[in-house]
Ligand binder design. Structure first.
Ligand code: MSP
Length: 696
């Protein structure tokens, strides 16, 4: 049998779960349900990360012992998963006795093999990140480069894992397993990271400084570094070390097969290095097999901002589910994040998505078919007459899903898989509009045609609901019950289950339309009110930067768009969506220097947040444009300004509306706003278009 073992990160129990945690867990749940449906043996692991400084601090703050704290807080996750219909196989806690034993056994094995050594170490230590940083790694203010909080200079003896010696082996592994990290740009990122020498990893913390951890078996004055402990959960949940020191199964699939290695570790992009550098080198040293794939998803932003407790914009999944139902929330998460990219959560976006896909498209066809069968055929699905071209077309779209959806899911393209299913629903809606069965019902001579239309629609909706089962399990079952059926197995995904004669069940609107004024269930912070910008101020306020295109990908949901990763001289590359398809091939774009409107309000373009827009000039041909070119000396991040206009430094975010107040055009291959030439360090930005052509 084919096996599928998926894991989520284990979540720190210092805080309440939020939309970020629920996303990964729902993704794992959906993938598991799909694989189960397709006949795989599955194992789904989630849990909580209960050691380390963050947790110890949270407990101290509440005035309870760390154990009391974790015993209470892990339940928040379990409760949420229950409410969300998460069907995991095992919930691991790193304070479980057998996990602690496993970690201790692994450490002893590595110590015995000489893979761990001790040395006096000094360096910059970040309490928040619980790790040391080198001088070079600190940010421009000398703070920790991740949380940007101050670091302390600490000198102490510690234990180190010889991670560095596995650098070459890891590089070879990556080179021969290009799909080991998905999406591919994360593979590139890690491959790039490995171009620098790989240091050994400090895996201990002196008990004097941090007591809440697993003691090192070979030195009781130390506890294990929380990441070293946490990563091992993926193995310890299903395997153990026997007396001879061999890795043997603790849990197995129903047919007795071993569960480790995992098929997918699902993680957020912020913890990709720990998973694709620390973890595989630990496994190399232990002699354990590596997971098959690591998948890094992007961040859920709230509007355009990172979620943070200080700004109070944390989306609480419970409130959404209570108000709009579990399945609506699951559907939104699955559909609105293109796996890998950041996604923007807005209340309006949520309402729009649920209303259009579930209330209108899916709810509508189901209700129509259900009502028409009830009123015209006393609730029994009629046998169809002969199929014409339209019927065959619907049937073909439905059958296509049995190939496309599993294929998309194989590479975890969940939002596309959902969209593909919805395309069937929309096809049925179009078919119903075309055939107007409500009119046929009024004409006794059209009874057979009416029967065919209702049969075809019912069978197609049945299939769509079956494909949606992993995403919206409860509503899918309710919808199928309305059609008098249920999902029994993989066969039900194909055309041919209904024959006519099936008795329909009771029914009511599956997804009532959400009608409300656009307010979040919780008070969302008011956006900063900017005074409208006068046209004269726009050129100074525009933050125009030189950028380099690092990657070019097709937009998964829009044929005319590319999704570009660009280096704007910031720590992380930016993602921008751009309609350049009819003007440039991906090869022409890769590594090209461009000019970017960097402080334009980020906006989702067909589901992908575009963080800035590039500048290009019009040509005579429709849809064909030419990119602006920075002067040769320019580097990513350099600012382009208009000659004679001093650029503002107030960090204001502009809207497209602001930009539309001015006009940019080509003059003698340069770009001008009025009389001012756009330039970088005194050299003009150029564009190979006719004089007078617009730049936008
Ligand atoms: N305990 C570690 C993981 C150890 S795994 C061996 C940890 N925990 S965490 O609770 O801080 O984060 C867990 C996951 O939540 C990470 O994958 C992180 O990317 C994800 N998210 C946290 N905020 C997020 C968003 N706003 N959006 C999407 N996911 C984000 O790290």
């Amino acid at each position: 049998m084919k096996n599928f073992y998926v894991t989520t990160p284990i979540y720190y129990v210092n805080d309440a779960p939020h939309i970020g945690h629920s996303y990964t867990t729902v993704l794992a749940d959906i993938l598991t349900r799909f694989h189960k449906l397709l006949g795989y043996q599955t194992f789904f692991l989630t849990g909580t990360d209960e050691h380390g400084q963050k947790v110890q601090r949270a407990a101290e703050k509440r005035g309870v012992s760390p154990q009391e704290h974790v015993d209470e807080y892990n339940l928040r996750f379990k409760d949420l998963w229950k409410k969300m219909g998460i069907d995991y196989d095992y919930f691991i806690r790193t304070t479980d006795a057998d996990h602690k034993k496993f970690v201790s056994d692994c450490l002893q094995m590595l110590w015995d093999k000489g893979e761990i050594y001790s040395k006096e170490y000094e360096g910059w230590y970040s309490v928040g990140e619980e790790r040391f940083f080198t001088q070079d790694e600190l940010d421009e203010n000398g703070c920790d480069p991740i949380s940007h909080r101050p670091v302390d200079w600490i000198k102490e003896k510690n234990y180190f894992f010889k991670m560095g010696k596995y650098q070459e082996r890891l590089i070879e592994y990556l080179e021969s397993h290009k799909d080991w990290i998905v999406p591919d740009y994360r593979w590139n990122e890690i491959r790039g990271f490995l171009k620098q020498p790989l240091n050994d990893l400090c895996i201990s913390r002196p008990k004097a400084r941090l007591s809440w951890g697993i003691p090192l078996p070979f030195d009781k004055d130390y506890v294990t570094y929380v990441w070293f402990d946490a990563l091992l959960n993926y193995v310890s949940a299903v395997m153990k070390i026997d007396e001879k020191g061999n890795l043997v199964p603790k849990r197995s699939y129903p047919d007795g097969e071993t569960i480790w290695p995992a098929t997918y570790h699902l993680v957020g992009k912020d913890i990709i290095t720990t998973h694709s550098v620390y973890w595989p080198t630990m496994l190399f040293a232990l002699g354990f097999p590596l997971p098959k794939h690591i998948l890094a998803h992007g961040w859920w932003l709230v509007g355009n901002d990172k979620m943070s407790k200080t700004t109070g914009n944390v989306v609480n999944p419970m409130e959404y589910m209570e108000k709009y139902g579990v399945d609506a929330f699951r559907y939104y998460l699955a559909r609105d994040m293109v796996v890998g990219q950041d996604a923007s959560f807005t209340h309006e976006g949520f309402v729009r998505r649920i209303n259009s896909d579930l209330a209108n498209d899916l709810g509508n066809v189901l209700n129509r078919v259900h009502r028409l069968v009830l009123t015209n055929f006393e609730g029994t699905l009629p046998k169809p007459g002969t199929f014409g071209a339209e019927e065959t077309c619907v049937q073909e779209i439905a059958n296509r899903l049995t190939e496309t959806v599993p294929e998309l899911l194989e590479s975890v393209k969940l939002s596309q898989a959902v969209e593909e299913t919805l395309s069937l629903v929309r096809a049925v809606n179009r078919y119903l509009e075309q055939k107007a069965p409500w009119k046929l019902a009024k004409d006794a001579s059209k009874k057979e045609e009416l029967a065919t239309v209702l049969f075809v629609s019912a069978e197609a909706v049945r299939i769509a609901l079956s494909f949606l089962f992993p995403v919206i399990p409860t509503k899918s079952a309710e919808g199928l019950a309305m059609l008098g059926t249920s999902l029994e197995g993989v066969r039900d995904l194909a055309w041919g289950k209904f024959h006519g004669g099936e008795r329909f069940g009771e029914g009511s609107a599956l997804f009532p339309r959400i009608v409300e004024d656009a307010k979040t269930p919780e008070a969302s912070p008011k956006p900063k009110q900017n005074k409208p910008l006068a046209a004269e101020s726009v050129p100074a306020e525009m933050d125009i930067r030189v950028a380099k295109i690092l990657e070019v990908n097709d937009h998964p949901d829009a044929t005319s768009l590319y999704v570009l990763k660009v280096d704007v001289g910031e720590p992380e590359p930016r993602t921008i969506c751009s309609g350049l398809k009819s003007s440039y091939s991906p090869e022409e774009l890769k590594d090209r220097m461009i000019v970017l409107f960097a402080n334009l309000k980020p906006a989702p373009l067909r589901g992908i947040m575009s963080n800035g827009m590039l500048f290009a000039g019009d040509t005579d041909e429709e849809h064909v444009c030419r990119l602006l070119a920075p002067p040769e000396v320019a580097k990513p991040g350099d600012r382009a300004t208009f000659r004679g206009i001093s650029p503002s430094t107030d960090g204001r975010i502009l809207k497209l509306k602001d930009f539309e107040k001015i006009s940019l055009e080509a003059r003698g291959k340069a770009v001008v706003c009025g009389e001012s030439v756009l330039e970088v360090s005194g050299k003009a930005v150029t564009c190979d278009i006719q004089d007078g052509a617009k730049v936008h």
